[in-house]
Design a protein around this ligand. Structure first.
Ligand code: NAP
Ligand code: GDP
Length: 337
């Protein structure tokens, strides 16, 4: 008689957010038992802030007692685009420090087999030789525009190493570039550039008003589709074996300007009116090109089909279509007058 596989409970903090929804979509759409699909004996639990405030250690302990996770994907964070990060540096630092410390320490206390936390390319030094790679996280101060969030996230890597050195815990992290996709935070004031531009183009088309891109449109970014990132998270949880972080990104040659992104969004929404740049607004960091050499070397190493990223315009079209269909329930924040 063959024994059934041991039950694994994967707890996803921040499971209701952009990346959490991407994970849910991949697990519902990939074949069971496949590289990115659900496995037999595997249960996934997706948390939102309604399950408890992760800044509160007692709430985190209660969640772990309830679900008894064997594995944790830690996505929950105070997340915002450039402009919210510039306004609320202390809140970004403190909230994320508290959330991360509670999730890591409770995972340690409950002897979680593996924990994968989510960092961001904001953790890298502002002044460092490009391309960014996994060895350069701690080589200098981050860009001043988001140093609160960046330091909060950087410390997760420090904690992962300390938990591993002192207790042997298998805690690691990933570093995604700018993420977008269905279920994003489309708040104009608080969100990231791509969902913000979607929302602005939608309103400009609906109201016959100008479409305004903030800054010069010249900065460069790498974008990753949330559903591609979700597959890479599943790979990290199951197959990545280091404590050091791994960058999850498209290639450096796929950096695009903010103007290119704005053009693609405008085309996808079908907006044909006046289009301008507000150069009184900050450009933020000019570029932060990250290498995906380590990711590709590891994920494509086993004679399996190489990982395929969704073409950028297809991913934008899917995200825009989701936003237009779900405008009434999407996270749209306060609309600036
Ligand atoms: P998101 O859409 O804003 O979702 C954030 C998630 O965290 C939500 O599920 C939210 O719950 C939860 N959350 C926030 N504060 C919480 C608290 N105090 N207690 C409990 N839950 C809390 O964020 P995302 O874009 O999916 O980001 C996921 C991860 O990727 C984050 O670690 C972020 O730093 C990282 N990241 C994001 C980007 C990007 O471009 N978006 C880029 C690089 C890295 P509710 O839904 O209930 O509010
Ligand atoms: P970052 O990649 O961490 O800097 O964060 P964002 O996703 O917020 O991208 C910021 C870049 O997009 C800056 O160069 C901004 O000037 C530019 N940008 C242009 N329009 C917008 C907008 O409507 N919202 C945001 N967040 N950024 C915008």
């Amino acid at each position: 008689m063959s024994s059934s596989p041991a039950k694994q409970v994967v707890l996803v903090t921040g499971g209701s957010g952009l990346v959490g929804q991407g994970l849910q979509w991949v697990l519902e759409n990939e074949p069971v038992g496949s590289r990115y699909g659900k496995l037999e004996g595997e249960e996934w639990v997706f948390l939102s802030s309604k399950d408890g405030d992760l800044k509160d250690a007692a709430a985190v302990e209660a969640i772990f007692q309830k679900y008894k996770p064997t594995h944790v994907i830690h996505l929950a964070a105070l997340v915002g685009g450039l402009f919210r990060n510039m306004r609320e540096k202390l809140t970004f630092l403190r909230d994320n420090l508290l959330i991360n410390d509670n999730v890591l320490e409770t995972s340690h206390q409950h002897k979680v087999t593996k924990l994968v936390s989510c960092l961001s390319t904001c953790v890298f030094p502002d002044k460092v030789e490009y391309p960014l790679d996994e060895t350069k996280v701690h080589l200098g101060p981050p860009h001043q525009s988001n140093f609160g969030y960046a330091h909060g996230k950087r410390l997760v890597d420090v904690q992962n190493h300390a938990y591993n050195d002192q207790f042997g815990d298998n805690f690691t992290s990933v570093i995604p570039t700018n993420i977008f996709g269905p279920g994003d935070n489309y708040s104009i004031e608080d969100g990231h550039v791509l969902p913000g531009l979607c929302h602005k183009a939608y309103l400009a088309k609906k109201n016959g008003t100008p479409f305004v891109v903030w800054g010069s449109g010249k900065p460069l970014r790498q974008f990753i589709y949330s559903r591609d990132l979700a597959k890479l998270f599943i790979w990290t949880l199951r197959e990545y074996e280091e404590i050091d972080p791994v960058i999850l990104s498209v290639g450096e040659d796929e950096e695009v300007s903010i103007k290119t992104v704005a053009d693609a969004v405008v085309k996808s929404i079908g907006f044909t009116g006046e289009y301008k740049f507000d150069t009184s607004k900050s450009d933020g960091q000019f570029r932060k090109p990250a290498s995906n050499e380590k990711l590709l070397r590891l994920i494509n190493s086993k004679g399996v089909e190489p990982f395929k990223f969704t073409p950028f315009e297809q991913a934008i079209d899917e995200s825009v279509a989701w936003f237009v269909e779900n405008y009434d329930t999407a996270r749209t924040g306060v609309i600036p007058q």
